[in-house]
Ligand binder design. Structure first.
Ligand code: ZN
Length: 399
């Protein structure tokens, strides 16, 4: 048994406890929590105090761990089209061994900082071995793209083959579509149908104005980029990119669409798109990756609107091709700095319980409740009076 005390305990699914404790059994399962003054003297004598705050392990809702070798390689503020050019040029700038070493180091660092689960995007098998040995729970989304309808079947078969390889290593994995701009409608539909058989989908949605312009009007930098490379662009619909995605789902799946659908980025999501998603998707989740959005687009998602609409928001780091580090506390700080009216406890819920729910792991992860094993994380440098992160805040796993 271990007893952890701190200036604040955040169970996430119940109110924060000032000068609180959380007690676990030897395997890390939560037994109970409460105010430290309720502990009897023998319990108090073995309690371990951590200044700041204690929170459950984080859930990183969006990462591409296999791009970890690209730290520091990309120019900032390139916009979506410039970003695509950089990834095409640099993805294989390091050899396979170097790529695997880089992702292994990042997986260790994520776990040490307190990440207990992750929704991770894979285009190949390079991260499988590492994920299969990691103490972190991961769900792998085998991401596909392709603009030639004739290749749909072979691309899906390739993704299924990769998913089988991952499953043989005891990983949860299934195909997933990348985005509206990298895919023909045929592949978008086939990948969505294949992915949702697993019950989960993760999809890059409304990341930039360029994406929105491409689908609405067929114009803009992204449209020019694809045309410049002699590639076809998706149909022009006059509606939002999110509506386009959902309409494609509706062509191959019965409505309302079942399964956990994670829409990632949402930088240019608007009220009409949100209402459409709520109408047609039974369990939509909305990942935000604020530091990545600033890195590429210098823009952030409309979190006030997303909160008003009662969306289930989750937090992701995205990859080191569009972030200086993979750090959940830094993502939360970015949100707090740019949206100071959002309480820390709410941002924390996005970084923990909501992600766990997306992964259907809420019985075990994402909050402190008796019987759960979410991992225990100390946020050092926490502003106890203001009940928020400070400039100096960082996190470390203590169990
Ligand atoms: Zn991504």
């Amino acid at each position: 048994m271990r007893i952890f005390t701190s200036d604040y305990i955040f169970p996430v699914v119940s109110d924060p406890i000032r000068d609180g404790y959380v007690m676990t059994d030897d395997e890390g399962y939560v037994l109970k929590m409460g105010a430290a003054r309720e502990l009897n003297p023998p319990a108090l004598s073995v309690a371990e105090y951590f200044p700041g705050a204690i929170v459950p392990g984080f859930v990183n809702a969006h990462c591409h761990i296999e791009l970890s070798h690209l730290r520091g390689a990309f120019k900032k503020g390139s916009g979506m089209s410039g970003f695509i050019n950089q990834i095409n040029a640099l993805r294989e700038s390091v050899d396979r061994n170097g790529r695997i070493n880089a992702l292994e180091a990042e997986m260790r660092s994520l776990y040490r900082q307190g990440v207990s689960a992750m929704a991770d995007i894979s285009n190949c098998d390079e991260s499988f071995e590492c994920k299969s040995h990691s103490p972190m729970y991961t769900r792998t989304f085998i991401e596909v793209f392709g603009t030639d309808p004739a290749e749909t079947e072979s691309i899906i078969e390739g993704a299924r083959e990769l998913a089988r390889e991952a499953e043989e290593m005891d990983l949860d994995a299934a195909p997933t579509p990348h985005s509206c701009y990298t895919m023909c409608p045929e592949l978008l539909q086939a990948a969505s149908a294949a992915g949702l058989k697993s019950g989960f989908l993760s999809y890059h949605s409304q990341e930039s104005g360029q994406e929105e312009e491409l689908i609405r009007y067929g114009t803009g930098e992204l449209a020019e980029n694809y045309k410049g490379r002699g590639l076809p662009t998706p149909p022009v619909t006059g509606g939002s990119a999110l509506k386009y995605f959902i309409d494609n789902l509706r062509k191959v799946l019965r409505s309302p669409i079942k399964g956990h659908v994670l829409l990632v980025h949402n930088v240019v999501i608007d009220e009409e798109s949100i209402d459409y998603a709520k109408e047609w998707l039974r369990s939509p989740y909305f990942a935000v990756c604020p530091l990545s959005n600033i890195f590429i687009h210098n823009q952030l998602p409309p979190l006030d609107l997303m909160r008003e609409k009662g969306l289930k928001i989750t937090i992701g780091t995205d990859s080191l091709s569009s972030n200086d580090s993979l750090c959940i506390v830094d993502e939360m700080k970015c949100i707090q700095d740019n949206f100071p009216s959002i309480p820390f406890a709410e941002i924390l819920k996005w970084a923990t319980a909501n992600g766990a729910e997306f992964l259907a792991k809420e019985d075990l992860l994402g909050s402190f409740e008796a019987g759960k094993k979410p991992g225990i994380v100390n946020i050092e440098g926490f502003d106890v009076q203001g009940m928020k992160l400070s400039e100096k805040s960082s996190s470390v796993r203590i169990l």
